[in-house]
Design a binder for this molecule. Structure first.
Ligand code: GBH
Length: 476
């Protein structure tokens, strides 16, 4: 287009299409709404963290050893051989961290409880000092009008539990722990999540060996560990309900999210099918109270005892979704009805190579889950990204890439709320730079920068931006 301006081109195109017809189908653009990307009144805005990633204090208050203490101290497992021994030292600095939440205007905080602080041996005698630590944290949150959303298991498993998730006894021990915590803390906590990300603590721990305990087991053994994971959830829900009748109980799950390559009926249907099939060992089993037929086919199906599936299918008050990226799906005419498209090499990513910048994931996570299973309520329990943050000479962190990532995801989340899907809140991962599992301290996800030598916290541009989002209850 060398000798024609864009404006002229527009005129020509309009004239041509009016006179001669067009080859592309007609469509109408969605109207942008006057209220401008507002979220519903009462929408919960928060940040998320996890105990082993922020607390440190691993030898304090009678805490027992966890699988992650062992794994992180195994040479070669973690970038730079980092450990969570100190992390953000939130064990001591929790008041400062609550203050950071307060400064954001956050009304909610998703945190986890370290099972080995409550039961140093995984079961048996509870540890009062561990419980008292969480009472102090919760009291500080409540004094600042921040509602705690508590995850009971975010991967730090008491090392004393022999066999870990290979053992059915671990699921039973989890139920006892969950019931105990619910009874002790439900005067302070209304929202409980049982477990965080089944595939992370089962598949990545027992199949690929990437995360603790770093095993590479057979498919049948892996399916059994998965079953124990979701059984722990189910028995945990029952135990929380028995001990804290007023609690709202859910789960935080990183479901695979099918996103239609084109928003037409065939591909949207394929994306729904993919979301149900790809999550068959986990979320699908929870929300249907049964494994799919296809998952049970073949010689590697898990051994299921009578009553297990009923517990696993216990009704939930909310479904928490940890969403970072999409799986693009197309209808392919196959028997299962879908294909997942591989990412082209040029697909943009954030600082962690697994975070493809695919912000439609939050909309389709909500929509698929609601259309397939119709849950009472949905939360985004994690969303965020790592970025190669730099502290300027003036001491600022201008993380425009993180703001771009978050703003795009919230734009797609607002599409879901404006269409009436029951999304009740959003938790940004993460409040602070922290111990990022196998990446150690080399990947930063916080909206507050942490200097791990001094433990000084500095708000990044993204913190400033998130404060504006919360204040306006809208994408800004
Ligand atoms: C969440 O996991 C966790 O809940 C949270 O604790 C964590 O800090 C946060 O995300 C950010 O990572 O190295 O390419 O093999 C998200 C699921 C599972 C995604 C492990 C990254 C490793 C991919 N994660 N996975 S790779």
């Amino acid at each position: 287009m060398t000798n024609i301006t864009r404006r002229q081109f527009g005129k020509v195109a309009a004239t041509t299409s009016a006179l001669a017809g067009v080859s592309l189908p007609e469509f109408s653009l969605a109207q942008s709404k006057p209220e401008n990307r507002q979220f519903p009144p009462g929408f919960a805005w928060g940040c998320a963290t996890a105990a082993y990633q922020i607390e440190g204090g691993v030898h304090e208050g009678g805490r027992g050893t966890s699988n992650w203490d062992i794994f992180s101290h195994t040479p070669g497992k973690i970038a730079n051989d980092d450990t969570g021994d100190v992390a953000d030292d939130s064990y001591h600095l929790y008041k400062e961290d609550v203050r950071l939440l307060k400064d954001l205007g956050a009304g909610a905080y998703r945190m986890s409880i370290a099972w080995p602080r409550i039961f140093p041996n995984g079961k048996g005698q509870p540890n009062q000092a561990g419980l008292d630590y969480y009472k102090r944290v919760l009291d500080e949150l409540l004094a600042n009008n921040i509602a705690p959303y508590v995850t009971l298991f975010h991967w730090d498993l008491p090392a004393a539990l022999a066999g870990g998730w290979q053992s059915r006894a671990t699921a039973l021990a989890f139920a006892d722990y969950a019931g105990y915590v619910a009874r002790q803390l439900s005067d302070r906590v209304r929202y409980f999540m049982t477990t965080n990300e089944f595939s992370s603590f089962t598949d990545l721990g027992y199949k690929t060996g990437l995360l603790a305990p770093g095993l590479k087991l057979s498919p049948a053994e892996v399916n059994q560990a998965r079953h124990h994971g979701i059984l722990a959830h189910g028995l945990g829900v029952e135990a929380i309900r028995a001990n804290a009748p007023a609690a709202e109980v859910g789960v935080a799950e990183n479901a695979t999210v099918g996103v239609p390559v084109i928003e037409d009926h065939a591909n949207m249907d394929a994306a729904r099918r993919a979301t149900r099939e790809e999550n068959a060992p986990f979320l699908t089993a929870l929300l249907e109270g049964a494994y799919t037929e296809s998952y049970l086919q073949g010689p590697n199906a898990p051994h299921v005892e009578p009553g297990d599936m009923k517990a696993i299918g216990s009704p939930l008050d909310f479904v928490g979704l940890n969403v970072y990226t999409s799986a693009y799906v197309r209808a392919d005419g196959s028997e299962r009805g879908y294909a997942i498209e591989p990412y082209p090499a040029s697909f943009p990513r954030m600082a962690s190579p697994w975070i493809y910048l695919a912000p439609e994931c939050v909309y389709w996570a909500v929509r698929n889950v609601c259309e397939i299973w119709n849950p009472k309520a949905v939360y985004i329990t994690e969303n965020g990204c790592s970025a190669a943050d730099v502290v300027t000479a003036e001491g600022r962190i201008e993380d425009t890439d993180r703001v771009m990532y978050l703003r795009n995801h919230l734009t797609h989340l607002e599409r879901a709320t404006s269409e009436g899907f029951p999304v009740k809140g959003y938790f940004l991962w993460s409040l602070l730079d922290n111990f990022e599992w196998i990446d150690g301290y080399s990947k930063r996800f916080g909206i507050y920068h942490v200097d791990f030598k001094t433990q000084r916290r500095i708000p990044k541009l993204s913190a400033e931006w998130y404060r504006a989002v919360i204040a306006r209850n809208a994408v800004v």
